[in-house]
Design a protein around this ligand. Structure first.
Ligand SMILES: Nc1ncnc2c1ncn2[C@@H]1O[C@H](COP(=O)(O)OP(=O)(O)OP(=O)(O)O)[C@@H](O)[C@H]1O
Ligand SMILES: [Mg+2]
Length: 428
């Protein structure tokens, strides 16, 4: 009897330890699941917050703190929030690889962009008088102005009502407030009052590159006086502007409207890339694209983007190649008044760009005697790579910069079309 009782108690004890083991295992499993869920939560939170805080400029140690914005107060929140397109999440772009490879990392911090009242800008530009008008684009007229502290500015007055104009305004303010590069046009401030939208930029004394390449329609008169050295330096500085957007910010910024009129020249003919109204954020995964409506300017839009709407940083590289061709040939991207076969610059030039004998034939006659054949062949080869139809084979902007540097360094300053222009200092 006692044996049977002892056996029962042993069995009871065994069952008890099995139950205990099961409970402990279940508890451990729950704890593990809890830890895994928490880790996943942290990962998602970080990813979202990184997305939200993206587009910050690379860290610059020792840079002074941004100045506080001036009164009056910023526009109502609904005006600032409208019309943002977010990048598609199932896509990617080339700059991500650069970021992953340890290139510039985004850092929080906003540059001081001032908020102006309409009255202040009205006063600065002589009441938006015709005498102050320096240009007219699709966004609206551009006026020269002087701020009370003496700074020269260009004020863009939006005359395009509707959602597209509003989106461009917001994108421009959003991006230029956060990006910082000596090769991008600086935004000084903006005004959003009632229906009025105005953007205030640094003043670029020599205006858009196209005015100097095609002086028949610009201020130089006659043939272009932009010499070879100046053109190459402009090509390099503009390439650095795009390199910054593609490879030094995360996620990368695709300009989407890179063209000669969006390369502005200061009094010494140093170039800065402007007009971010159409810019898109690239995706942060390697090898993909963002899908978007096809926007841009005829003659500059990459064929694959025009056909599919798939946008990558390589679409900008194509547009850059078109600008490089403009600098080389002095021809506009599309001119259907030219003889058959010569109307579209890329189609006409591409077969000759890689032929040493023919390169000279396509160069701007205004450049005669200013370049070595070796340099011309090299620049033509860079242009050919940028405008090739296969997007994947186009170079990164960092490659373009590297290839252009030896062609530009040690070159003397430009004479350009302004006889008062002083010798230029290298930017970096
Ligand atoms: N910051 C600036 N400083 C000096 N001139 C400027 C400045 N911004 C623009 N301009 C002048 O105004 C002209 C029009 O510029 P805007 O960017 O409005 O139009 P666009 O680039 O010619 O065309 P789109 O609107 O299609 O981009 C430029 O070609 C240039 O001459
Ligand atoms: Mg422009």
């Amino acid at each position: 009897m006692s044996d049977a009782g002892g056996g029962g108690s042993e069995e009871y004890k065994r069952e008890e330890s099995v139950a205990l083991l099961v409970i402990v295992s279940l508890a451990a499993l729950s704890l593990l699941s809890l830890i895994a869920a928490f880790a996943y939560y942290c990962y998602i939170t970080r990813k979202v917050s990184r997305r939200l805080h993206s587009l910050q400029p690379p860290k610059r140690s020792g840079s002074p703190p941004a100045p506080p914005p001036r009164a009056p107060p910023p526009p109502p929140p609904q005006q600032q929030q409208q019309g943002k397109e977010s990048p598609s999440s199932n896509s990617a772009s080339d700059g991500a690889g650069a970021a992953a490879a340890g290139m510039a990392v985004v850092v929080a911090g906003e540059r001081g962009v001032q908020v102006f009242s309409y009255r202040q800008l009205h006063a600065a530009t002589g009441g938006f008088g015709r005498a102050h008008m320096v240009g007219q684009g699709s966004f609206g007229a551009v006026y020269r102005g002087v701020l009370p502290d003496g700074r020269k500015v260009a004020v863009k007055l939006m005359d395009r009502p509707g959602k597209q104009g509003e989106q461009e305004f917001e994108m421009e303010v959003e991006l230029l407030s956060r990006l910082r590069s000596p090769h991008l046009l600086g935004l000084i401030g903006h005004c959003s009052e009632g229906g009025q939208r105005l953007l205030v930029y640094e003043f670029m004394a020599n205006g858009g590159l196209q005015e100097h390449l095609y002086p028949n329609t610009g201020s130089c008169g006659g043939i272009s006086k932009l010499d070879w050295d100046t053109r190459m330096r402009i090509a390099l500085e503009a390439a650095k502007g795009l390199e910054y957007l593609h490879e030094r910010v995360n996620p990368p910024v695709i300009h989407r409207d890179f063209k000669s009129s969006n390369i502005l020249l200061d009094k010494d003919f140093h170039a800065r890339v402007s007009d971010f109204g159409l810019a898109k954020l690239g995706s942060d995964r390697a090898g993909g694209h963002v899908s978007t409506r096809v926007l841009g300017t005829q003659g500059y839009v990459a064929p694959e983007y025009a056909l599919t709407g798939h946008l990558t940083t390589k679409s900008d590289v194509y547009s850059y190649g078109v600008v490089l061709l403009e600098l080389l040939t002095g021809r506009v991207p599309v001119d259907m008044k030219r003889p058959p076969g010569e109307g579209v610059l890329v189609n006409w030039a591409l077969p000759m760009l890689t032929d040493r004998e023919k390169v000279v034939q396509i160069l701007d006659p205004a450049l005669e005697g200013q370049y070595s054949l070796k340099d011309a062949v090299q620049v033509a080869a860079i242009a050919a790579m940028c405008v090739q139809p296969e997007a994947d084979y186009r170079p990164l902007m960092a490659d373009v910069v590297q290839s252009l540097v030896p062609l530009v360094k040690n070159r003397s300053a430009q004479k350009a079309c302004n006889p008062n222009v002083q010798a230029s200092k290298p930017l970096d």
